[in-house]
Design a protein. Structure first.
Length: 109
């Protein structure tokens, strides 16, 4: 169940981060509210994850997938197109998350 909670935490963290950008420095009430609630839900589910998944593994996956998803969504919604170096960096982060999940014994503890 820990990895299911981790997926929920990642989704809400991504929603909250996108809302943070849209809030324009917390000057828009709706996106600011979505941001605060999204982060609260994300951290709640992350706390549940840490009951069963090692903190280093959980945080690596949470932050790595957040970076990848936010990079993709910010290109679509905010027209913030990454340059080649950013794309390579994002691909390497995604590769790291895959390596942790496929090859690490710590991910299965």
């Amino acid at each position: 169940m820990g990895y299911g909670y981790l997926a929920i935490a990642i989704v809400f963290e991504v929603i909250a981060t996108m809302a943070l950008k849209a809030s324009d420095g917390f000057s828009h009430a709706i996106s600011s509210t979505v941001c605060v609630i999204g982060y609260a839900v994300a951290f709640y589910f992350l706390s549940l994850v840490l009951k069963t998944v090692p903190v280093g593994v959980a945080y690596a996956i949470w932050s790595g997938m957040g970076i990848v998803l936010i990079g993709l969504l910010s290109a679509v919604f905010f027209k913030q197109i990454p340059d080649l170096a950013a794309v390579i960096g994002i691909v390497l982060i995604l590769a790291g998350v895959i390596v942790i999940n496929v090859f690490s014994t710590a991910a299965n503890q």
